[in-house]
Ligand binder design. Structure first.
Ligand SMILES: *[C@@H]1O[C@H](CO)[C@@H](O)[C@H](O)[C@H]1NC(C)=O
Ligand SMILES: *[C@@H]1O[C@H](CO)[C@@H](O)[C@H](O)[C@H]1NC(C)=O
Length: 439
């Protein structure tokens, strides 16, 4: 299985990816807890500023009718007839990367991760003054997921398609390319997409529980229905929505998303049935039998971390955890066989694959940070095959990856657009590369 996962490195497509910079969310306030043990002068990275810039990115990706308080003012309303041909209202959501397709799977994963960020680092985000913006970014996604889910067993999966979208370099406000919408239903299943969207809505329901209980409830209702739909009608969504296949193919399949959805539903509801699902399907769904060095919109297994709270299932849940630990050790370069570790660039950046590598770096930094907190709070160490790692080492490696992105790299350049004094200025992004709509 492990070798098979490595092979994945070659399959990936040439489309830009949406999932990008949410991980910066968590570094807002945790810096004070880090003791930097290097002789070089510490880089004065402003994580709160990086967090703010990451959230602005989500505004630049907005599709639909923009609100009065839109801060990215070179954008305007767009995609206002999305779904019209099919008789559904699919206005809203997020565009993918620099293009104008709305791809359900990576969009949902992004919203799951934003929600996880706020669940785990609520206070830090609040101290950075970005709580409201983060919730807005989540809600822009979940409002759209509610629209996509038009009946219990129907979920609209995509608007537009990558091929025709690539014909024209236009602002989203001027789009003339196809806005055909595609769905999954009981005859055309998509357990991965239904599972990820369920996970996103369940996680978001936790994020909104205090501030917007009615909305939280609504999200949970959709999440439960979607999970049932995905579980009952099994299949990969790219078998049903062929246009997704050359852009966001579900290479690993849907079992990780079903487990991931069940984990989030358990978190959101405390209902035993969801935990039992995770325990009962651990073996046959590959939850406890894999060794993977990637956590991404396609591959969720490493996110199935357990915190050891459920004594009666301790045996199975421990196996889940040991798999997550394999992933963490591989990021930390602490598995014995080099093939079992994630490659690093000469400058020390985790390197998973050629296209949009930074998404794997940010997901790794996210999990390493969460795990560091877990180790600290439970007074444990992570025992990797070639060495033991304590919570400080896990966090400082995560920090090194984020610092690389923000400028601590051989180019002395920030890879977060708008952050710092030197950053890429000719990114693959249509809206940003054409004169403002307002000029
Ligand atoms: C990994 O290497 C260490 C030290 O070289 C050795 O003690 C350990 O037994 C090895 N572990 C495995 C699982 O091979
Ligand atoms: C990056 O900064 C370091 C330290 O100031 C300097 O030695 C190096 O030449 C810089 N590299 C580039 C590509 O500017």
């Amino acid at each position: 299985m492990e070798k098979k996962m490595k092979k994945l490195n070659t399959h990936h497509q040439n489309a830009p990816r949406f999932v990008f910079n949410w991980t910066l969310l968590l570094f807002s306030a945790s810096v004070s807890a880090i003791s930097i043990t290097t002789t070089a002068p510490p880089q004065p990275f402003d994580y709160a500023d990086a967090l703010a810039k990451s959230l602005l990115y989500f505004e630049s990706q907005r599709s639909g009718r923009l609100p009065y308080n839109q801060r990215v003012t070179w954008r305007d309303h767009s995609g206002l007839t999305d779904g019209l041909e099919q008789g559904v209202d699919l206005v809203g959501g997020y565009y993918d990367a620099g293009d104008h397709v709305k791809f359900g799977l990576p969009m949902a994963f992004t919203v799951t991760m934003l929600s996880w960020g706020i669940i785990q680092f609520h206070d830090e985000i609040a101290i950075a003054g970005e709580l409201e913006q983060t919730l807005e970014a989540i809600k822009w996604g979940t409002d759209y997921f509610i629209k996509e889910h038009t009946s219990p067993n129907v979920l609209w999966a995509e608007v537009g398609d990558g091929d025709t979208d690539h014909y024209c370099w236009q602002r989203p406000e001027d789009m003339t390319t196809s806005r055909q919408a595609y769905k999954i239903d009981q005859n055309n299943p998509g357990s991965d997409l239904a599972g990820e969207t369920a996970a996103a809505m369940a996680a978001a329901s936790i994020a909104f529980k205090k501030t917007n209980p009615h909305y939280s409830h609504l999200l949970l209702h959709h999440a439960q229905e979607l999970f049932e739909f995905g579980d009952k009608y099994r299949g990969k969504y790219d078998g049903s929505v062929a246009v997704a296949k050359s852009y966001y193919a579900s290479v690993i399949g849907y079992m990780d998303e079903l487990l991931w959805a069940a984990v989030w539903l358990f978190e959101a509801t405390d209902k035993e049935e969801y935990l039992n699902y995770v325990v009962d399907n651990g073996g046959c769904f590959g939850g406890i039998g894999w060794a993977i060095s990637e956590f991404s919109w396609d591959v969720k297994y490493a996110g199935l971390l357990d915190k050891d709270q459920h004594k009666q299932h301790a045996h199975i849940l421990k196996q889940y955890r040991s798999k997550a630990e394999y992933y963490l050790c591989s990021c930390l370069n602490k598995n014995n066989d080099t093939d079992d570790n994630v490659d690093r660039s000469p400058g020390g950046l985790l390197y998973v694959r050629q296209w949009n590598n930074m998404q794997y770096v940010t997901t790794a930094a996210f999990l390493l940070t969460i795990y560091s907190d877990f180790l600290r709070d439970s007074n444990q160490n992570l025992h990797c095959p070639s060495g033991t790692v304590d919570h400080e080492e896990s966090l400082s490696f995560a920090k090194s990856q984020v610092d690389y992105i923000l400028g601590s790299n051989p180019m002395n350049m920030s890879y977060l657009v708008g952050y710092g004094s030197k950053y890429p200025t000719r990114v693959h992004h249509r809206g940003a590369s054409i004169m403002s709509y307002r000029e």
